[in-house]
Design a protein around this ligand. Structure first.
Ligand code: GLN
Length: 199
């Protein structure tokens, strides 16, 4: 697509297709990223939902973890949902032994924070940065943001004030899955940040 920024979706595990479909609906040229040399060609990167322990292991095994962390440090816009949020947190609670992240978000994230009784739920979530219409948010074995550092901005919280959406500069992380429904606005916000950088 002419004039489209090159947005990758990390394709090791998780709901890769749902993110590609959402990008497609925004007429953005999405591609699957599986090799270290593909990272340098990107204008933006999405880390999908899935299982953060698996994404962590595979990204290290395939030599992707270091180039992704470096690209984020050098300002690559990145957007993570659920397991993707965990992969972008600077610290995690309730990770498995030795679990690592790419970093980028100045937050601590707690995995599986809603417990087995409330494994999955859907709710209507106000997100002021996206306008007056709330987001239909799907949470699946979701993490929460348990600590927000000085370089992170809260984008959304639940009624009980638990933080579920944050950004640090052009790095965005959500506890839930906008890619699973008809919600396009988070991807739009991310793509706008990507376009701002690519000029
Ligand atoms: N519980 C998963 C993890 O720790 C995240 C679940 C999800 O991405 N829906 O990675």
């Amino acid at each position: 697509m002419a004039g489209s920024p090159r947005v990758g979706v990390l394709g090791l595990q998780g709901d890769v297709r749902e993110h590609l479909r959402t990008l497609d609906r925004l007429a953005v040229d999405g591609c699957v990223v599986r090799r270290p040399n593909e990272v340098a060609e990107l204008d933006g990167l999405i880390i999908p939902g899935g299982e953060s322990t698996v994404i962590d292991k595979l990204s290290r095994l395939f030599g992707l973890a270091a180039p992704i962390s470096e690209a984020i440090e050098n300002g690559l816009p990145v957007f993570g949902t659920c397991a993707g949020l965990i992969m972008l947190a600077s610290k995690i609670e309730d990770g498995v032994d030795g679990q690592q992240t790419f970093g980028g978000l100045d937050v601590t994230v707690r995995r599986n924070a809603f417990g087995s009784q409330l494994d999955s739920f859907e709710t209507s979530l106000p997100v002021p940065a996206l306008g007056a219409d709330p987001v239909h948010a799907v949470f699946i074995r979701a993490p929460i943001v348990s600590h927000v550092g000085p370089n992170a901005e809260v984008l959304a919280s639940l009624d009980d004030e638990r933080v579920v959406a944050v950004r640090t500069g052009d790095v965005f992380g959500l506890s839930f899955h906008p890619e699973m429904g008809d919600e396009l606005r988070f991807h739009e916000l991310f793509v706008a940040a990507v376009r701002d950088r690519t000029g």
